[in-house]
Design a protein around this ligand. Structure first.
Ligand code: C2O
Length: 535
């Protein structure tokens, strides 16, 4: 194992897209930011120096940070932000994980432009469990706004108004030729006929689950969220914000130019956004004047495709990479997801949208929850987040007025060390049904079951997959449906869980778990680093 060092300078840079120039916050002036390359077993030191006028904090999305929440990054959960002119070194080990993950700003909506891929190569001498690709390529999907993203955020968070839709989707920061002034802002990847390529695809968009396809070429899915899967071929993939997907692509078609395309999946009664980002898969030697072939994507509301695609996602579950699904559950949790109108005297119509889990909309604290927990500071949070919603109801039917009442608080759920947890996330009809990609920090979890409508505790668990369910860190809860996940709480610390649609996170669709220390000397939270940013 080696020590890998990176320097991240947070700086503002002028960038032009869609015929507009604007200043954006970047790492090292790059958009998307630099890819972090490490090997399983490495220690990683990333010094972040903040030269911008915004507070900053960086999250290494999907890295478990065992006992080491100090390096996890969500602002006011595991650290206070790095203020202008200050630095902080994220110091962590990458153990027991390999694959594609990503990093992003975890404060305000700055992750719109402050993000990049993380590539964790398998330990030296350990091959991939699939044919060695000839070359690999990171593909970072994103969203672009012509307006200042922090202005858009204020609209959504302070006024409680829905945000403006983004002006473009992007592939490696570029929207592609279907957008104005974007001929030059088109990502192209060159391939040699007959060779196999590994694409490491990240969805860094703020608010859109995205379909992705390549004209004329099937993809073989081999990994999601840095966990190997049973390989399967597909024409399109779905990647929710926060998720990553590795696919193998064979350059086995008539040499030419082929579009790659990304467009949102939206099956909820919200405005449909069907802007398509494109990039080009270009066979070597083919001139740029050749028209690329168009890519076929599922229709924006193709729920059937999404259900069948998710069905196909299975853990590899090989002797070398077993799926250790918890078979018994120590703690059963049931959380309803709600979006509701709430009184707001300072808002435009006197009301605003709040989002909630079990009717609680999470309020961000002023100091880091991890510090408060570690040092026993009182008055920062209460450890009384309920295991169930206040009243059971027909979650996907007409909501009772009583169910619309949302309280606000910084409430967390305490979990005993090493206990096995099952969490059922139930989407509800409070305001609107919508698919929500939920992300848990500090852990991977197994997606043991999912369904549409209301979860039935007496009958649905009988259909769980406890053999080879997909293991990941972010899962899409279906529109008007539920998802059951299981994990073993073996990583002590304070771990954020939230919807990875930034709009919903801002409305309060988040909470945190406090996983208690274990009895062993190596089962406790590590001491904080000396340069941890002060609050
Ligand atoms: Cu990718 Cu809490 O975030």
């Amino acid at each position: 194992a080696a020590t890998k060092k990176y320097q991240f300078d947070i700086q503002v840079k002028n960038v032009s897209r869609l015929c507009h120039a604007k200043a954006i916050v970047t790492v090292n002036g790059m958009y998307p930011g630099p890819t972090v390359y490490v090997r399983e077993g490495d220690r990683v030191l990333i010094n972040v120096t903040n030269h911008a006028q915004y507070n900053m904090s960086i999250h290494w999305h999907g890295l478990k940070q065992y006992r080491n929440g100090w390096a996890d990054g969500p602002a006011y959960i595991t650290q206070c932000p790095i203020q202008t002119g200050n630095s902080y070194t994220y110091d962590f080990n990458v153990t027991g994980q390999r694959g594609t993950l990503w990093w992003h700003a975890h404060i305000l909506w700055l992750r719109a432009t402050v993000h990049g891929a993380i590539v964790v190569m398998p330990a030296q001498g350990t091959p991939f469990p699939f044919p060695q690709p000839y070359r690999e390529q990171t593909i970072v999907l994103g969203e672009w706004w012509n307006a200042d993203v922090e202005e858009i955020e204020k609209r959504g968070n302070q006024l409680g108004l829905p945000p403006n839709m983004s002006d473009a989707h992007t592939i490696n920061g570029k929207p592609g030729p279907l957008f104005p002034c974007s001929e030059k802002h088109t990502f192209a990847m060159e391939v040699e006929p007959g060779k196999t390529y590994l694409l490491r695809i990240v969805n860094a968009a703020l608010n859109d689950e995205l379909f992705f396809a390549i004209a004329g070429h099937n993809m073989t899915v081999v990994e999601v969220d840095a966990v190997y899967t049973k390989p399967f071929a597909t024409e399109s993939i779905l990647v929710a914000p926060g998720q990553t997907t590795n696919v193998l692509v064979q350059a086995n078609r008539v040499p030419g130019r082929y579009f790659m395309a990304a467009r949102p999946f939206i099956d909820a009664p919200v405005p449909v956004d069907n802007k398509t980002a494109t990039a080009i898969l270009q066979y070597i030697g083919i001139p740029n004047t050749v028209m690329p072939a168009l890519a076929q994507l599922p229709a924006p509301n193709d729920t059937a495709f999404v259900l069948s695609y998710n069905q196909k996602l299975r853990s590899l579950n090989s002797p070398q990479f077993p799926a250790n699904v918890p078979l018994n559950v120590d703690r059963n949790l049931f959380y309803t997801i709600g979006l509701g109108m709430n009184p707001c005297p300072t808002c435009v119509n006197g009301t605003r949208v709040l989002a909630s889990l079990n009717n609680i909309s999470f309020v961000m604290p002023q100091v880091g929850l991890l510090q408060a927990h570690y040092f026993g500071t009182k008055g920062v949070f209460t450890a009384d987040f309920p295991d169930k919603p206040p009243t059971p109801f027909n979650y996907t039917g007409a909501p009772l007025t009583a169910n619309l009442k949302t309280s606000q608080g910084t409430r967390v759920s305490k979990i005993a060390f090493n206990s096995t947890v099952e969490l059922v996330l139930q989407d509800t009809n409070l305001l609107t049904v919508e698919s929500h990609p939920f992300h848990l920090h500090g852990y991977n979890f197994f997606v043991v079951g999912t369904g549409v409508g209301n979860f039935h505790p007496a009958k649905d668990p009988a259909n769980y997959n406890l053999v080879d369910p997909v293991e990941r860190n972010t899962v899409g809860v279906p529109t008007g449906g539920w998802t059951a996940i299981r994990f073993r709480a073996d990583n002590p610390g304070v771990w954020f869980m939230h919807c990875h649609l930034e709009l919903h996170t801002g409305w309060g669709l988040k909470m945190a778990f406090v996983v208690e220390d274990g009895p062993g000397p190596d089962q406790t939270i590590l001491p904080p680093p000396a340069d941890l940013p002060p609050c």
